[in-house]
Ligand binder design. Structure first.
Ligand SMILES: Nc1ncnc2c1ncn2[C@@H]1O[C@H](COP(=O)(O)OP(=O)(O)OP(=O)(O)O)[C@@H](O)[C@H]1O
Ligand SMILES: [Mg+2]
Length: 1107
């Protein structure tokens, strides 16, 4: 639940002075002091806010505070400037009333700060959005720019506004800011050229010199040292708590946000620099022949630099400082300026330059922040004007400033005191008049068109003849002498003749806020605000865009001989417009009070505060407030606002508005003393009654809102419900359809399952029956088969039994018959009949044997090994003998068919068999090979013709053999030629004879027992052929070669038979060496071929693959 706070909760002193009891000046001040001591700087007098300057930063301007005061009733929370800002903003937004916030108080009382708080609060609570935020930001950022150029340190305030500012902030109907317009009032330009002791020139000069970069300063031809510039006072160039360099950055940034172009900023800074340079131009007198002094510029360097900055021709400006041209009736008169006049001209130029620059800045800002739309706008004006000030030496500026404050006080009195009281009378409300000081008389003294001080001054300025400040004072002394607020030594009023506090060259005005002594010196000049035309024309000639704009009167084409309006006149007019403007708006007051003169926190100087309370008329304010009514409103809007609080008036009241309001208040039981009925308005005495009405209204609005909400929600829910219902019907229909479909599918699939089960069950049953039937049938068949089998076996057994019996009977019968025959015929046989029968039987058997053999004889092939089986055991030997005879016979028959040649071949084969069978493993493979003899076709091959012719005999064998190299065991192909007498080894390719050995020289041949083709031809020792050593050769046809060699030896009668030596190790005579040739069974890694390897000098190893 929201915790409600009230103005009265935890109150320090009294928050609203209206409630103070007893009311006296002392209690009033006491209350302010008590609250000030507790940092409660704001106090109300009804809707007026009194603000005490705390001279220290307080944590009461945070975003949380903004939220706290947002949309709350004015008296709901403890007094705060935000409450006033919120009230003003809401009545602007909700009630469409233009507002103005009038901030008054003397210099240093906190007006500018207060205006900034109001602006920032409004910015925080009004609408948001990209465009709106930009506008807000521009409005807020216009402050630093204007403060830099328009504020200065004074003895009263380190950041004293030296110009008046009124800012209209424009809002749209939603309360979003659209833009703004700033009006400025008379800048205290005299400060540019001279500052009172302890004060400074405008901030911007110090900020520029402290904060600008070296580069910028160089461009502006400036030096960072303040002391180099005559226009800058040195004694308080730096101010505690003011960081000029940082401020300069803030200002530049603000200018950028507000929308200044970079070149515009540069131009502005150039003008500021030019003012500083101008101050440094000094003059010296130069005597002329006519006896007058003429001024001359001492050092032209500053003039030169200034002219460069502004693009002015140096000579033009130099001349403008030396001569003055007066134009009258088409005549031009040029007079020389003396030194004093030159200084006057210089300072006038500087002041004009700066003040015009300031006005240009305000216009430029206005251009940026002006509202872009032309829709109707609501306006909130914030007035922050220079405060009332009393210096030691008060001049024209103070006079103007104080006049302005006087006018503001007037408007306050008009609206809060006089107007209010008059209203009661007008409305016929019972009222006891309250006395207060009306400062209208002072305003009249100053601004009266006929004999007001300003009018006198203007008159004096415009009058022909010699016009001085003294003549002006004389005039005042005569015209205003009788005025009770005017005091002067020279006046006709004798009571001041002896007043020594009044110097002769001064006059004193009793302002509402105190007496101020004005020194008349400079009044006429300042009012005239004269700038010699030569100077404005020189400025116009400048080649600088901004300067040209600032001095339009310098345009020779637009020479205006009419005097420009005086400063006083202008100010009076603008203040008049301002006042009119303020009167059209709903005023909200912030009355700033300064607690001490030392700019110090925690010090509360009673006398100072008391003085301010008095002149501000705060006590009278409280009295009027207490006696009067806090709130009034015309009957129509009042009824319109609160009609919902009563059944009779809601929603429409038919009768007159006043009666409606009466019914309303009666109905609400508002005590009669709390209100009064005026002629056109209802007056409500106490704010609390108003709050009560507002609270009721708020509750009622809440109830109404709730009712509307309720009806709307009901309607919405009904619509929603109907929609849901409709949807539900559709959904249900769909769902039912879906459910039925699903159910149907389920039933269908269940039926199918059941069906399939039943069919399965039936099929199984049928199968079972069929199987059973089949088994039964099979069983029957089996049983019958078994039965038949049994029967058959039984029958067979019987038959077999019977047959055995029959056979036995037959045998027994035969035996018995035999016995009987033998017994019967025994007597008829001879003694050798048995032998005859035996022979006969044998004969019959042999006959049968031979006859059978004849039919089963094998073929005539000698290799056919078949032979019929023997029929009888006793013929075994006969049978074998017959087989042998038959074989021999068929061999003979076979041989008888041979030709001689074939016979010789077989003989050779036979010889080979005798030599090698079972001795050499190579032999069996040679059996099937016929011995062809000539394998190289020596007779036909022309290559071997010569070789053929060499052989004298018939060639028995010609073949290619390998001659084994004795060194490495490798073979070389050679033709091996064998005749009856010799053997020849020849080259295979050429047929050239390599060796020819007569067979007579051959002693033996050595071969291995294995399947290799190696053979060694050993020569007889001492024979001619033996010189070269034995031959170790290898041939696939070894069996044929050796057989043929052996047969030649066997056939010839004259020589010894050649020995065939079959052994796995034999010696071979190579030249001188005897080498052992050894045959071994080869290992598988040696491969299938025969490999011969020389192991050492004595051993040649031949590895032969195992068979
Ligand atoms: N609410 C505040 N909180 C903290 N300091 C404040 C407050 N109001 C004023 N001050 C201090 O007082 C100084 C003077 O205030 P401000 O410039 O607003 O005075 P002013 O009334 O505008 O004076 P002038 O008429 O000379 O312009 C400020 O610079 C600030 O230091
Ligand atoms: Mg100020």
């Amino acid at each position: 639940m929201e915790v409600k706070t009230s103005l009265l909760d935890n109150m320090i002193g009294v928050g609203d002075m209206v409630l103070i009891e007893p009311l006296s000046e002392d209690t009033f001040i006491e209350n302010l002091k008590k609250r000030f001591d507790h940092n409660e700087i704001y106090t109300y007098i009804g809707s007026v806010v009194i603000s005490m300057n705390p001279y220290k930063s307080l944590p009461i301007y945070t975003a949380e505070k903004v939220e706290e005061y947002r949309n709350r009733n004015f008296y709901e929370l403890s007094p705060h400037i935000y409450a006033l800002a919120d009230e003003a903003y809401r009545s602007l937004r909700d009630q469409d009333k233009d507002q103005c916030i009038l901030i008054t108080g003397e210099s240093g009382a906190g007006k500018t700060e207060a205006s900034k708080f109001v602006m920032s609060y409004v910015a925080a609570v009004c609408g948001k959005g990209q465009e709106v935020n930009k506008v807000k930001e521009q409005l807020l950022q216009s402050n630093p720019v204007l403060e830099a150029f328009g504020n200065a340190k004074t003895v009263r305030n380190d950041n004293s506004s030296r110009f008046g500012k009124y800012m209209d902030v424009e809002f749209d109907f939603k309360g979003d800011p659209l833009g703004g317009v700033i009006s400025n009032y008379l800048l205290e330009k005299s400060r540019v050229v001279k500052q009172p002791r302890g004060e400074r020139n405008f901030h911007i000069f110090y900020q520029l010199l402290s904060g600008a970069s070296d580069d910028t300063l160089k461009k502006l031809k400036l030096d960072r040292d303040f002391s180099k510039y005559n226009y800058l006072s040195l004694d308080s160039a730096t101010v505690n708590g003011l960081d000029d360099a940082a401020s300069f950055r803030t200002v530049r940034n603000a200018m950028q946000i507000v929308g200044f172009m970079e070149d515009e900023v540069q131009s502005v800074l150039e003008l500021v620099a030019a003012v500083l340079k101008l101050g440094n131009i000094e003059f010296k007198p130069e005597s002329r022949c006519n006896g007058f002094d003429e001024s001359r510029i001492k050092d032209k360097n500053d003039l030169k630099e200034m002219c460069e900055l502004l693009g002015i021709e140096q000579s033009v400006l130099e001349r403008a400082f030396s001569f003055r041209t007066v134009e009258a009736k088409m005549e031009k008169v040029s007079t020389t300026l003396n030194v004093a006049q030159a200084y006057y001209a210089r300072d006038a130029l500087a002041k004009n330059l700066y003040s015009r620059l300031f006005s240009w800045l305000v216009n430029r800002i206005n251009e940026s922040i002006k509202a872009q739309t032309k829709t109707s706008k609501k306006v909130m004006g914030v007035l922050d004007i220079y405060g009332f000030e009393i210096f030691e030496d008060n001049s024209f500026e103070q006079f103007i400033i104080n006049y302005c404050n006087e006018k503001l006080q007037q408007i306050f009195i008009e609206l809060t005191l006089r107007e209010e009281q008059e209203e009661y009378v007008r409305e016929g409300i019972e009222w006891t008049n309250i006395e207060y000081f009306n400062n209208a008389i002072i305003c009249d003294l100053i601004e009266n068109n006929k004999n007001g001080i300003l009018a006198m001054l203007d008159e004096e300025c415009l009058r022909p003849g010699t016009v001085t400040d003294e003549t002006f004072l004389d005039k005042l002394n005569t015209v205003c002498a009788e005025h009770q607020h005017f005091e002067s030594r020279q006046s006709k009023n004798s009571k001041f003749l002896t007043d020594h506090s009044l110097p002769h060259n001064c006059f004193r005005i009793q302002h509402y806020a105190g007496k101020v002594l004005y020194r008349v010196e400079g009044f006429v000049d300042k009012n005239n605000d004269l700038l010699y035309r030569d100077l404005s024309q020189a400025m116009y000639k400048a080649n600088h865009s901004l300067i040209k704009i600032l001095f339009p009167e310098g345009n020779p084409a637009k020479v205006n001989l009419k005097r420009p309006p005086t400063a006083g006149f202008q100010f009076r007019a603008s203040v008049g417009t301002l006042m009119k403007n303020l009167l059209t708006k709903n005023p909200n007051y912030i009355r700033c009070v300064k607690p001490n003169d030392k700019k110090a926190a925690h010090i509360f100087t009673d006398s100072l505060v008391c003085h301010q309370v008095r002149y501000l008329g705060l006590m009278e304010n409280v009295r009027v407030r207490r006696a009067g009514y806090a709130f009034r409103q015309a009957y129509e809007p009042c009824l319109e606002r609160y009609k919902m609080l009563c059944k009779q008036t809601w929603p429409h009241w038919k009768g007159p508005a006043r009666e409606g309001v009466e019914v309303l208040l009666k109905n609400l039981q508002v005590p009669a003393e709390e209100f009064a009925y005026g002629r056109s308005k209802i007056f409500i005495r106490n704010p609390r009654t108003l709050f009560f009405l507002e609270e009721k209204r708020r509750q009622c609005l809440e109830d109404l809102a709730t009712l509307i909400q309720k009806i709307y929600r009901g309607w919405k829910c009904r619509i929603h419900f109907l929609l849901l219902k409709k949807s539900q019907v559709v959904v249900a229909a769909w769902y039912r359809r879906f459910a039925q479909q699903k159910k149907y599918q389920n039933i269908r699939s269940s039926a199918l399952v059941v069906q399939s089960f039943i069919r399965g069950w039936k099929a199984r049953k049928l199968l079972r029956e069929l199987k059973h039937k089949k088994r039964c049938e099979e069983a029957v068949t089996t049983i019958s088969a078994y039965w038949h089998g049994t029967q058959a076996r039984r029958e067979l057994k019987c038959l077999k039994e019977e047959a055995r019996r029959k056979h036995a009977v037959a045998v027994i019968w035969a035996y018995w018959l035999g016995l009987k025959v033998r017994r019967e015929y025994r007597k008829f046989f001879r003694a050798n009949a048995g032998k005859k029968i035996y022979d006969f039987t044998i004969q019959r058997i042999m006959q049968k044997y031979f006859m059978g053999l004849k039919k089963t004889m094998p073929s005539m092939s000698p290799v056919d090994k078949s032979w019929p089986a023997r029929p009888y055991g006793f013929l075994d030997r006969t049978h074998q003998e017959l087989r042998r005879i038959f074989h021999l016979w068929r061999c003979k028959k076979y041989r008888s068919q041979f030709t001689e040649e074939k016979k010789a071949t077989y003989e050779e084969k036979l010889a080979a068999s005798e030599l090698f069978k079972d001795k050499k493993a190579l032999y069996p493979s040679s059996v099937g090979q016929p011995f062809k003899g000539d394998y190289v076709e020596i007779t036909k091959n022309p290559k071997y013709q010569k070789l053929n012719s060499l052989a004298e005999d018939k060639v028995l064998l010609a073949d290619v053999v390998s001659k084994i190299n004795r060194a490495n065991g490798k073979g070389a192909p050679r033709i091996f030629l064998l005749t009856k007498k010799s053997l020849v080894l020849a080259d295979q390719k050429t047929g050239q004879v390599k060796a020819s050995v007569p067979l007579l020289d051959l002693s033996s041949v050595s071969v291995s027992t294995q399947s290799d083709g190696f053979f060694a031809l050993k020569l007889k020792e001492g024979s001619t052929s033996a010189a070269k050593g034995d031959f170790l050769l290898s041939s696939d046809r070894l069996i044929e070669i050796i057989t043929k060699l052996h047969r030649i030896g066997a056939a010839s009668a004259d020589r010894n038979q050649i020995n065939i030596d079959i052994s796995d190790e034999f010696l071979v005579q190579f030249k001188q060496d005897k080498v052992c040739v050894k045959f071994i069974q080869g290992t598988p890694k040696n491969g299938n071929g025969v490999a011969c390897k020389r192991k050492n000098n004595r051993l040649l190893e031949v590895s032969v693959p195992s068979p």
